[in-house]
Design a protein around this ligand. Structure first.
Ligand SMILES: [Zn+2]
Length: 387
């Protein structure tokens, strides 16, 4: 175990680091890193990679053709690691709003795209580890992690990497946007998307409508039944978010297409939902029409377990010791990578990043005074695992 003196040294060091934390955060927030802005996401990786390497961590940059690069890092200590989760992309395209790509500080509040989701969390994770390094503890703690580049589009590329790298970890800590009261996220809904396409037979609407087979009519029947699968009391929702079809007003439409968003509480519910939708696709099709389903990106639910509740309680105690709040957050519909690590059996908690409000909006902001205590909570949690 780390001694009390070593922990004190780490805590004394982090207490002096708020200007440095703000400086790094400002630099990475000013750098636009919308998921599709590959160069921008890579520039954020460029800024973070040396910060990680400086801590004596072995850093691997995992090149991506589709997205920015993903970063994996690991300390030299043996044994099952604590796994830290972050992402360097944001939902804000360059120039998304007038204040885009600006970092603006107003008293204790800092504004800027991605400051909450989740560049603040990246800085907290880095500085927490830096404090342990400063105290000679980091190299005695088994810690690993990934900062991925495609989280905001459902981590299609990094999910398999996360599963592979996090497997066997003692727990996973997600540094996503910090909630009011510092509540720890232990549950998230699973999310999935699918595209339903209908085909039929085109015909002139005036001359021979009876020869037509309407794809829109068939798909409308599908939509009606699909929406009815929503069961708020069970945390299930089916939302048809887009619907297109047809070519002209006076042609029986032979094509229609819709996009469907699914949310659910357990993997079993998710599988059952897909089964029901397959059944409805057959049932809703009219003679001469056909409805096919194509699955899009998906994320498993973050399921709260006894083990993850225990990690949340332990981390909560570290937060309390750092002067923060604790407790578990109410269920949220938004997915995250902590669900991916949870799905390979690693007790996973999330929402450990900077405290703020307004994520994914032009009003995204954090409380700067939460940076140091949030890093202190991580320091306390990890120091207890030093050998
Ligand atoms: Zn996020």
């Amino acid at each position: 175990l780390g001694s009390a003196q070593e922990l004190d040294a780490a805590l004394a060091w982090i207490a002096s680091q708020r200007p440095a934390m703000e400086q790094l955060l400002a630099a990475v927030v000013r750098q636009n890193s919308f998921t599709a802005n590959r160069d921008g996401v890579n520039a954020v990786a460029d800024a973070l990679q040396p910060e990680l390497a400086r801590l004596g961590l072995s850093v691997e940059r995992i090149h991506s053709e589709r997205f920015g690069d993903h970063l994996h890092f690991a300390s030299g200590a043996a044994g099952p690691p604590v796994f830290l989760i972050g992402h360097s992309d944001t939902v804000f395209p360059p120039g998304a709003y007038p204040d885009a790509d600006a970092w603006r500080v107003d008293g204790d509040v800092a504004h800027g795209p991605g400051c909450l989701d989740m560049k603040g969390g990246l800085v907290i994770a880095i500085f927490g580890m830096a404090a342990l390094r400063h105290a000679g503890l980091l190299e005695r703690i088994a810690v690993r992690g990934m900062f991925v580049a495609d989280e905001e589009v459902g981590s299609p590329e990094s999910q398999p990497l996360l599963r592979e790298r996090a497997r066997g970890a003692v727990c996973a800590l997600g540094f996503e946007s910090g909630r009011a009261g510092d509540l720890i996220v232990t549950r998230r809904k699973g999310t999935a998307s699918l595209v339903a396409s209908a085909s039929g037979v085109a015909a002139h609407a005036g001359v021979e409508p009876e020869k037509g087979r309407s794809a829109i009519w068939a798909l409308a029947r599908f939509v009606d039944q699909a929406q009815r699968l929503s069961a708020p009391e069970r945390g299930l929702s089916v939302t048809v978010g887009t619907f297109t079809g047809g070519t002209s007003k006076n042609t029986v439409p032979d094509r229609a297409r819709c996009e469907v968003d699914l949310r659910y509480l357990t993997p079993e519910d998710g599988a059952a939902l897909f089964g029901e939708l397959e059944r409805i696709a057959v049932e809703a099709a009219l003679e001469g029409t056909r409805i096919t389903l194509e699955r899009g990106s998906s994320r498993p639910p973050l399921v709260r377990t006894g083990a993850s509740a225990a990690i949340a309680a332990e981390y909560g105690a570290c937060q309390r010791a750092a002067g923060l709040g604790d407790g578990e957050a109410p269920l949220t519909g938004g997915g995250s990578d902590a669900a991916t690590t949870a799905a390979v059996g690693v007790p996973s908690i999330d929402g450990l990043g900077a405290r703020g409000i307004g994520f994914h909006t032009p009003n995204e902001q954090i409380e700067l005074s939460s940076l140091v205590p949030k890093a202190e909570a991580l320091i306390r949690f990890l120091a207890a695992r030093a050998t």
